[in-house]
Design a protein around this ligand. Structure first.
Ligand code: ZN
Length: 202
């Protein structure tokens, strides 16, 4: 089974008065299918509808393009009444929600980071670029006379996201997360360094 691709679903099977070209039986079914794009079988968006005609007696199947004009008209009329169900768009809706949620949380994080950075407090924890594309967590211990006193994590992260996760999941509260030594620097230097994220820790 393809994890990503297109699938067909029968939306409707309706009996119609229409003579079979083979056995002349007077009733046939119009089966209407929806082709849709899916990811892991979840419908993302509908692509097109198409129909086949099936004889109730001899089971002859005819594609729309194989029908004469009169039969084609019957099929088109029947298929036209079949609506694409809203759940065919469910994946698109979910993807759109996920995208706007991540944009929202990203903006919220940036706004907070700026606010916390402009007025640092003793409970702040920050993700700071340690150089060479690596990141560390810094914990403010005190702010005195225009200087911050801080601890720095023993751990180094390869990206901002995993450092943020350590803060959010409170890994940073575990013993030995921060190195013992206390450092200090002017507030201004802290504000001008590559601080990627700040959380006011409680
Ligand atoms: Zn037939």
């Amino acid at each position: 089974m393809d994890l990503v691709g297109t699938k067909n679903k029968v939306l409707n099977s309706k009996p119609v008065a229409c003579v079979c070209a083979d056995c002349t039986h007077a009733e046939q079914y119009v089966h209407t299918f929806q082709t849709y794009f899916h990811i892991f079988s979840i419908p993302i968006f509908p692509i097109r509808k198409h129909s086949v005609l099936e004889c109730q007696q001899c089971n002859k199947l005819s594609l729309e393009k194989e029908l004469n004009d009169q039969r084609k008209a019957i099929v088109k009329l029947t298929a036209g009444q079949v609506k694409t169900p809203p759940y065919m768009y469910v994946g698109s809706v979910v993807l759109a929600l996920l995208a706007s949620w991540s944009v929202y949380t990203f903006e919220l994080d940036s706004t907070r980071t700026e606010a916390f950075l402009s007025r640092p407090a003793a409970s702040d924890v920050a993700v700071i670029e340690a150089g060479q594309g690596q990141f560390q967590v810094l914990r403010l211990i005190a702010i005195e006379g225009g200087r911050i006193r801080y601890q720095i994590s023993q751990y180094v992260y390869k990206n901002v996201a995993s450092a943020k996760t350590a803060i959010k999941k409170r890994v940073i509260d575990e013993a030995g997360f921060f190195a013992d030594g206390l450092h200090e620097m002017p507030i201004e230097r802290y504000q001008k360094s590559h601080v990627e994220f700040v959380q006011r820790h409680k």
